[in-house]
Design a protein around this ligand. Structure first.
Ligand code: BGC
Length: 385
């Protein structure tokens, strides 16, 4: 599975419009509107076996992901907007988007690298969240179909100039979505820089295995292979402690209903208004990135199961951390793809990542990327029913 991704070659492309093979994988494209700045946006459809995924060049967004349930009924299991206006709006809570340059928070939007202190724009109270106000989720990526007869795949590329959102170095990022015939969606991230910088890329898909817009996910079970998590302060910045989950509402080592403990009187849950924390994944390696983490193995991180539909999502990653965000700030003001209003905990977001605020925590696995090194990270979402 780890081999899926950037290594795929663009073979068998029928036309500039995309690669299609009626017997198996297909990758097709259609227009999806124009940004307020006048840039055209495309929507790519990756189809293979039982699964269909729609990806926008705006933010690299996974707009819809359709899979059958146990009765063979096909449904969309991710939250999103029906049109570009929703994604361009400041109210978009990163539905399905690629997150960069730095997933989650950097305290005070400030960090020091090689003796130079960088100040980023703040967009989350006193902190910088998800790469700043115009992060990778707000950029239009360049798309190229790279699939073949067996795999539907799309490569997205973005060059972020030196100083973009306050970060040093020109960062060249390639993200490849690959969908195989067994309903496995792989996301491969690669990046290089021309000056020392920090990088932490992820995807911000909101999952509801019972179906987008079907209500809360409290009865769906979650298992996270993690014996520890990183507690936060009241602004959701890690305190630096690596705390055991045992005996806390953060213990998901066994499959547990998302809602079972979410309203317990626990200071950490109160800070997050639910779950909004980074779990320290149990890994056989340490997940640390030293120049490149391409040697890190793809290891199972989490499993979500919906007893009602019979759908199961299994997440594997090369990353050391997983942010579990229980959609706490969905407040009934957004209307999704199916015309339903989204409310608190209508989805789980499971972001594979390095830990939040790592540039300010030398004890955390490093997020530093230097010229000559390749940032290399893979996450696989496997759907079953
Ligand atoms: C963060 C939340 C934030 C959300 C934005 C999550 O990754 O951890 O605190 O509100 O993204 O939708």
């Amino acid at each position: 599975m780890a081999a899926l991704g950037a290594g795929l070659l663009a073979t068998g492309l029928a036309s500039p419009a995309g690669a299609t093979d009626d017997d198996g994988a297909s990758t097709t494209v259609e227009p999806f509107g124009t940004t307020p700045e006048g840039t055209s946006v495309e929507r790519w459809t990756l189809a293979n076996g039982e699964m269909t995924v729609r990806v926008l060049t705006y933010g690299g967004v996974i707009q819809t992901l359709e899979v059958p349930d146990a009765d063979g009924e096909v449904g969309n299991v991710v939250l999103g907007f029906p049109d570009l206006a929703g994604y361009v709006s400041d109210d978009d809570p990163y539905f399905g988007a690629l997150i960069g340059r730095y997933g989650n928070r950097i305290a005070g939007g400030r960090f020091t690298l090689d003796g130079t202190t960088y100040q980023l724009p703040l967009n989350d109270g006193p902190n910088t969240l998800h790469g700043g106000p115009q992060g990778f989720d707000d950029q239009v990526w360049q798309a190229t179909p790279v699939g073949d007869d067996d795999v539907a795949a799309l490569r997205l590329e973005l060059v972020s100039p030196d100083g973009d959102q306050g970060f040093p170095g020109t960062l060249t990022t390639t993200v490849t979505y690959s969908l195989d015939a067994d309903s496995r969606l792989s996301i491969h991230y690669a990046a290089t820089t021309d000056a020392p910088t920090v990088v932490n890329l992820t995807n911000h898909t909101y999952w509801n295995l019972a179906g987008e817009g079907s209500g809360d996910v409290y009865d769906q079970t979650l298992q996270i292979h993690a014996g520890a998590y990183t507690p936060v302060d009241e602004t959701l910045i890690p305190t630096g402690e690596i705390a055991p989950v045992a005996g806390t509402p953060f213990d998901f080592r066994e499959p547990t209903a998302v809602g079972a403990r979410i309203r317990e009187d626990d200071q950490q849950l109160l800070y997050g208004q639910g779950y909004d924390h980074n779990w320290v994944l149990d890994r056989t390696d340490d997940g640390a990135r030293e120049g490149s983490d391409s040697e890190d193995a793809l290891e199972e991180a989490a499993v979500v199961h919906d007893p009602g539909s019979g759908r199961t999502l299994t997440i594997s990653t090369t990353e050391p951390g997983l942010q579990f965000y229980s959609g706490n700030f969905l407040d009934g003001t957004l209307v999704g793809t199916g015309g339903h209003v989204y409310r608190q905990s209508d989805a789980v977001v499971l972001e594979t990542q390095h830990f939040p605020d790592s540039p300010n925590h030398p004890d955390f696995p490093s997020t530093v990327l230097r010229p000559g090194e390749v940032y290399d990270s893979t996450t696989v979402f496997a759907l079953a029913h």
